[in-house]
Design a protein around this ligand. Sequence first.
Ligand code: NAG
Ligand code: NAG
Length: 191
Amino acid sequence: MYQFLFVLLSISLISAQQFFDSPCPDRPVQQDFDLTKYISHKWYEVYRYNAMFQKGCECSRATYTLNTDNTVKVHNCCKKPEGNECAIGKAIVSFPEHLPLEGKLNVAFNDQPITKSNYWVLSTDYEKYSVVYTCGNIPGNKSIQFAWILSATPQLDESVSAHVNELIDKYFDRSALIVVNQSESFCEPRD
Ligand SMILES: *[C@@H]1O[C@H](CO)[C@@H](O)[C@H](O)[C@H]1NC(C)=O
Ligand SMILES: *[C@@H]1O[C@H](CO)[C@@H](O)[C@H](O)[C@H]1NC(C)=O
């Protein structure tokens, strides 16, 4: 996690990141995590904390597919002012020996080492929503936090919005969440 943060920190001086004046809080993650169900469809990002690597991203969506070696191929795309942009990455379950699995994954892009547990599924119903989070402590009793509220459809299904709102109020600073534009007219064609 530290190596990951140093990279982020060196760039964060010039871009927005979500810093908190407190150390990483304890967050429970999804138990009995079912990776196959989780990656069975695309996920659309409806809210997120500022993250420099997503600067200017709207219409963000993630496609996860199983590689032959049982790692997960991550295909993240978003619309930037310059056009659609995609990033290819790889994910693995962080603690495969911990059974039943918990919702912790390591994700890395651009062939970076895939050694950090940095994609924590706090809660998902697999079919409609997923609440994803990660946090790293930084010197001075502070932390840098990442949050992604994902939906199986471009707009969050109304049947889960109350529950997702509860999770947001429980785990996140709502005022710091960015609303991601997923409107059809703005985002299509999404490829
Ligand atoms: C670190 O931050 C927490 C939460 O804000 C606070 O309770 C704690 O006293 C702080 N510790 C130090 C050493 O400042
Ligand atoms: C999405 O962006 C378009 C183009 O800037 C804007 O017209 C539209 O109102 C936005 N929709 C939402 C839901 O923010």
